[in-house]
Design a protein around this ligand. Sequence first.
Ligand code: ZN
Ligand code: ZN
Ligand code: FE
Length: 725
Amino acid sequence: MALAPPPILARRRLDVEGTVQGVGFRPFVHGLAVRHGVHGHVLNTGRGVTIEAEGEPAAIARFAAELETDAPVLARVGKVTATELAPRGDVRFEIRASRPGAGAPAIPADAPTCEDCLRELFDPADRRHGHPFISCTNCGPRLTMVVRAPYDRANTTMARFPLCAACRAEYEDPADRRFHAESTCCPDCGPRLSLPLTEAVELLLDGAVVAVKGLGGFHLACLAADEDAVARLRSRKRRDAKPFAVMTNDPGALVVLDAMQTGLLTGPERPILLARRRAGAPVARAVAPGDALLGVLLPYTPLHHLLLRAVGAPLVMTSANRSDEPIVVDDDQARRRLAGIADAILGHDRAIHRRCEDSVVRREHVVRRSRGYAPRPMRLPVAAARPLLAVGAELKSTFCVATGHDAFVSPHLGDLRSFEARSAFHADRALYTAMLRVRPEVIAHDLHPDYAATAWAREQDAELVPVQHHHAHAAACLAEHGRDDQALALVFDGTGLGTDGTLWGGELLRCDLFGFERVAHLEAVPLPGGEAAVRQPWRTAAAYLEQAGRPVPFPRWPAVRQSLGVNAPRSSGMGRLFDAVAALLGVREEISYEGQAAIELERLAGDVAAAPYPCRIVGGVVRGADLVAAAHDDLEAGRPRAQVAAAFHEGVAAVSVAAVAAVHRGEPVVLSGGTFQNVRLLSAVERGLASLGCVTLAHRTIPPNDGGISFGQAAIAARRIAACA
Ligand code: ZN
Ligand code: ZN
Ligand code: FE
């Protein structure tokens, strides 16, 4: 009988970078090794994990392949570097102690309760049955509970909850789902609710407003179908129009969903999805007054699941704050600031260290990239040769820390004119630089000297890269698509400072990541009263009507007009043109939140078909007043308002496409800026450009609005320092 030859062995070291700590990666690697008969070890290092795998070459190849294809849900396997080593005759596979080193792996994003935890949550026989803080390596709070890097329990707000014996045994068992799950706990050792769940449920069923502590802040909750409860919440919150999000286990009953939208809703980010409201959806009118779109989201914490199941009906879940203030994060603050808004507070003693609001998406793009996304990095097309920080804009502020190809965009910070948003800007910046163990040597900032972030940047001891606002918008979109070649960019938004000191925002740029040229733009109009014109779109409408040579119907105009010479900055913002037409159509003379008039104008236009209004382009200047004149004349002639709104949308799209056609040399065309959140405009422009044969690049995961500015600034700064090297 012939003996089989001894197997030929190989040994390979795999250095894995990416989000591979705090996500159950080592137990996964352990299980994979056992399955493939591979020996060796795995350990956490300063950059990620290092694996040494020994076995038959074919087994190692399968092991290495599945490392990437079968990784745990929260893991993001980045670069894998393989090195062949001499076999050492290991006889098993083990998880070894961590080896700290230079660099730092990323902190994971907050993750929704996983299927396994959900099963346990509702299993009467499980020791965590009904435990509102159940979590494991696949789910639970992450970024929002991290006090400092690196991501270890001692550095989180769970540090004050020592593990009981049973939890510790799981935490130390490599074969357990809770091996090194930093957020794990049980009813014996975990945090406690400040109010019995049954009481909160009874209150909600009685129509009360209850503040509920979530992952990144408090929500205000009430029955979504209860007209009185929702109306009460609206008046107490002093928010008269902005839609509320609804949390439900059955979103298909409230909005119309296609496969892509279902994918967005159920994805690990668990965002609020804005989708078309189903006719007859069991939701109070006051949830989204007059709005065809409804924001829906699935429960994402165990507490949400327990509440929804006990209540048995959809709940309004809106950020707990008064209008324009940042979301409330701690229990004392909740009692103080929410007195008079919430009837009761369902808090607990696990602190939220980092404010992180819900992310908001539409089918077309991310509107607010926050909880669930942050701090997952985006890839820069040109690597940052030196660590850099981009401080973003002012409203919908975010910042971005970049090193190499990785760009870490912060969660939505809000309006930097508020004290709380500025505090979050400073605290989160410290966390991100500590996480990446970098000290930014380069700071990119907006040109606007009055932005808080610009002022801060200019006080720092670092090399400054000033970036024009609309160039940053265009670069964000280019970089999101991994491109650094030349493009044309239609950048439409409300306001941004131009290089000539006027306010831009209806721009056609020819640009790359390095620089730009202003090819064409909307004709500027004076904004009577400056900021006042932004809050009162009728003022801009009056300025446009004068430019169009039409009579101005607004009774307050003669008085306001006298102040034109005093405070009337010139603006070519497309957002302002939308405001003007909205005011003309009587949609809205004053707004209560940014972009409101434009959103309502889009809703008015709906799917109504209309031929575009004509609009001249003279020497690269787009005569927006032509569109206003046409709208005015049609209204005088008694044409239905929806048709006027539709013809205006089509007119903007047509003149945009014409402006591109006049200068197009085969480059891709970028569509960016907050105005492109208008999906009717976006699709009309995309259709027009497609008929020209242009490749268009629109936003997907980086918001078209100012939340994307920091990423664009980072892409430009990285490109510029690469050019200097
Ligand atoms: Zn879990
Ligand atoms: Zn325990
Ligand atoms: Fe902007």
